[in-house]
Design a protein around this ligand. Sequence first.
Ligand code: ADP
Length: 240
Amino acid sequence: MTDPFIRLDRVSKAFGGVTVVDDLDLTIGRGEFVSLLGPSGSGKTTILMMLAGFESPTAGTVSLDGARIDRLPPHRRNMGVVFQSYALFPHRTVAENVAFPLRMRGMARPEVAGRVARALDMVQLGAFADRKPAQLSGGQQQRVALARALVFEPAVVLMDEPLGALDKQLREQMQLDIRDIHRRLGLTIVFVTHDQGEALTMSDRVAVFNKGRIEQIATPREIYDHPRTRFVAEFLGETN
Ligand code: ADP
């Protein structure tokens, strides 16, 4: 890992007295691709929500590039978010869909146009700006959703099971596309998935979650060759 860029220090989160993230330490380097892998309910999405600013930790601190961010609202955190349900506006063009978050913040039209063009170039959809979502393939629609997350030119992109709804072939194509975008743009990506194969093929490091704690965090190779706990070994051995 390079210098710590994202840092969670002793972070806990409880909902109604039930602890779902338990005294967790996690550091992620600048430009790293880290997957949060684990069964449903293990706390992965809650971590992402605390990074994005949609949830606050019950205890502990979250920092980005050396500065505390856990009290900042989502739009001050320099992070883009992509969810599984990435609904695009069907009656708006690709460019209008990507412009939407900028327009919401009241950004002036010339600046919006420049940023939208750059974001569409990042996902190689520059030629599709004037199309409607229905005129695109599933993978292209997914890339529009990614462009919408990139339009603020964030340092970090948070992805929550972004490929969960796709069929196998498209899923594999998007895995390659996301890796390619990660490399080309030097983004830091935190990627939530319950799919072992996906985490192991895409990531620089994988954090394996169990009940709000990290059982092991290591490179895919290390995790695959040397699972540190029985839980990790058994979880990796399961097939989806
Ligand atoms: P994962 O992403 O690993 O599936 P989550 O972080 O979504 O896990 O959820 C962890 C636990 O926290 C689950 O038991 C879930 O029901 C609970 N939880 C998540 N968000 C809330 C919430 N807003 N209110 C109450 N419980 C929640």
